[in-house]
Design a protein around this ligand. Structure first.
Ligand code: SF4
Ligand code: SF4
Length: 440
C-alpha cells in the first residue's frame, strides 16, 4: 500500500502534489554530481549498449530468415541464438525440461540459458535486469522521460489527471482479466470457453468493470486501489504460464514437443513474422501500450510484465536492498519523487519490495551523503553503482559465454532445416490452437 500512497504526494513532474522539504537542505553534498559520472549515466550507458545488441540481433535474425526464404541463397548471416530471449514460453519450457531431465533442451538452449541467468541475477541483484538491461524497460524509460518533459508544460491538474488515466484504465482491464485468468488456472473454464455465447452476455459486466475506476469517487475507490488491482494483472499472467508449463506439462510431452512439433522448431521465425505482419488487433494493443507508457512511468513493467513479476518475487531473497539511514535522512522526499516504480522510499528503512528495479535513481537524487545507499543485508557494506553494474553485467556475460564455450548455446536445428521449414511455413502444421500443437 505504501508504494502507492506517494503517487498522490508526488510533484507534478512525478505524478502528484509537490511536498515541501521538512527543513532546508543545508547538508547538500552535490552527491548527484550532474556534470560528472553518476549512477544514471552509467546505467543509461549499459541500457544503450544492450539495446544496440538487441537491435543487431534483430537485424541479424531478419537477414538469416530472408536468406532462408530465398532458398538458402544471397547474403548469409548465421542465426543469432540471442533471438531466443524473445521466446518467454519456450524459456519456461526449457526450465522445466532442465529440472526434469538435467539437460538443456537442444532446440532453444540460449533461451533457457538467458532465462536462467535472469533468475540468477534476481537472486543476487534484485530486478537489476529490468532497470539496467531489459530493452523493453529501456524503451519504457525513454518514453516516460519524454512524456514527463511534455506533461511538465501542462497545468498541474491536467497532467495529474493524464498520469492517472493509464492506471485506471488498466485497473478496469485487470478487473475483467484477472478473474478470468484465475478461472483458467482453476480449470473452471478453458480457452475454448471464450468462444461461448455466455461471454458475449457478459459484455455489460465488462463495461461496468472498465467504468468503475473512472466513475466511483476517489474517497471510496482511490488510486491506491486502482494501482493494486492493475499490478495484479502481471502476477496472474505469471501464475497462468507457471500453471500451464511448469505444473501441468509433463516432461514426456516436452520431449515430444521438442522433437515432433513443427511449430516449436520455428517458434523464433513465427515470432518475427508476428511482429512484421501484425494484425490490426495486435498493433492496436502495442500502440496503446506505447501511448500510455508516455504518461505513466514504466507502464508495461509495473502492470503487465510477467518476467518482472517473477524477478521481483525472487528478488526478495537478494542480499542487496536500498537502505535509508534514518539518522542522516532529512525527509526531503527527493528519493520518492525520483522513483519511477512509485515506491515510497522516504518512509522505508529498507526497500523490500518486488517493484524495486535497483536503478539507483533514488540514491542519485538523495542530497545527503550516506542517507540512502544500496547496501548488503546487515546495513554494513555499501554497494557502489559501478560495482553493482560490473557484477550484474559480469554475471550475465560470464554465464552466457560459458554456455557458448561449453556447447549449450547453439540450436541443433540446422540451416538446411530452417530453409526447408521456412519454405513451407504456411502449412497448417505450423499453426497452433490454444497451446495445442500438431505433431509430425
Ligand atoms: S527504490 Fe530506488 S532503486 Fe528501487 S526502483 Fe525506486 S528509484 Fe530505483
Ligand atoms: S533518503 Fe530520501 S528523504 Fe531522506 S534525505 Fe535522502 S532523498 Fe531525502
Amino acid at each position: 500500500m505504501e508504494e502507492i500512497k506517494h503517487q498522490q504526494s508526488m510533484p507534478a513532474s512525478a505524478g502528484g502534489l509537490y511536498r515541501e522539504k521538512k527543513r532546508p537542505d543545508t547538508r547538500k553534498t552535490g552527491k548527484s554530481n550532474k556534470r560528472g559520472l553518476n549512477s544514471q549515466k552509467v546505467r543509461w550507458s549499459v541500457q544503450i549498449a544492450f539495446f544496440v545488441v538487441v537491435l543487431v540481433i534483430g537485424w541479424q535474425f531478419y537477414t538469416f530468415v530472408k536468406y532462408c526464404e530465398a532458398g538458402g541463397k544471397g547474403f548469409y548471416l548465421p542465426r543469432p541464438p540471442g533471438v531466443e530471449s524473445f521466446l518467454p514460453i519456450s524459456a519456461l519450457m526449457g526450465t522445466k525440461y532442465f529440472f526434469g531431465t538435467g539437460t538443456i533442451n537442444p532446440i532453444h538452449p540460449a533461451g533457457f540459458v538467458i532465462f536462467g541467468t535472469l533468475l540468477l541475477t534476481a537472486l543476487f541483484f534484485k530486478r537489476g535486469f529490468c532497470g539496467w538491461i531489459c530493452p523493453i524497460g529501456t524503451v519504457s524509460e525513454w518514453e516516460w522521460r519524454l512524456g514527463d518533459w511534455f506533461l511538465k508544460k501542462l497545468p498541474q491538474r491536467v497532467s495529474s489527471l493524464m498520469r492517472n488515466i493509464p492506471t485506471r484504465f488498466t485497473a478496469g482491464l485487470s478487473l475483467i482479466f484477472t478473474p478470468l485468468i484465475a478461472l483458467l488456472i482453476l480449470e473452471v473454464i478453458t480457452m475454448e470457453s471464450f468462444e461461448s455465447p455466455l461471454f458475449r452476455y457478459l459484455t455489460p459486466a465488462y463495461i461496468l468493470a472498465m467504468a468503475l475506476p473512472f466513475v466511483v469517487p476517489g474517497k471510496f475507490w482511490s488510486d491506491k486501489i486502482n494501482d493494486i488491482i492493475a499490478r495484479a494483472w502481471k502476477f496472474s499472467i505469471l501464475a497462468f504460464f507457471i500453471h500451464v508449463v511448469i505444473i501441468k506439462m509433463p516432461i514426456a510431452q516436452l520431449e515430444v514437443l521438442y522433437t515432433r512439433a513443427p511449430f516449436v522448431r520455428v517458434a523464433d521465425v513465427k515470432m518475427l513474422k508476428f511482429f512484421l505482419n501484425m494484425s490490426g488487433m495486435a498493433l492496436s494493443v502495442v500502440l496503446t501500450i506505447l501511448l500510455l507508457s508516455l504518461i505513466n512511468k514504466n507502464y508495461w513493467c509495473r502492470f503487465f510484465c510477467p518476467y518482472g513479476a517473477l524477478l521481483g518475487i525472487i528478488g526478495y531473497v537478494s542480499p542487496m536492498r536500498i537502505t535509508r539511514d534514518t539518522g542522516k535522512c532529512i525527509d526531503c522526499g527527493k528519493c520518492t519523487r525520483a522513483c519511477a516504480m512509485h515506491i515510497l522510499v522516504e518512509k522505508k528503512k529498507h526497500v523490500l519490495t518486488h517493484e524495486c528495479v535497483a536503478c539507483y535513481d533514488c540514491v542519485n537524487a538523495c542530497p545527503v551523503n550516506g542517507a540512502l545507499d544500496m547496501k548488503l543485508v546487515g546495513d554494513r557494506k555499501k554497494i557502489h553503482y559501478g560495482l553493482y553494474a560490473i557484477m550484474l553485467v559480469g554475471l550475465y556475460v560470464a554465464i552466457t559465454n560459458t554456455a557458448r564455450a561449453t556447447g549449450h548455446w547453439y540450436t541443433k536445428i540446422s540451416d538446411a532445416e530452417y530453409v526447408l521449414r521456412i519454405s513451407e511455413l504456411n502449412h497448417p502444421k505450423y499453426l497452433h490452437k490454444a497451446g495445442q500443437f500438431e505433431m509430425e
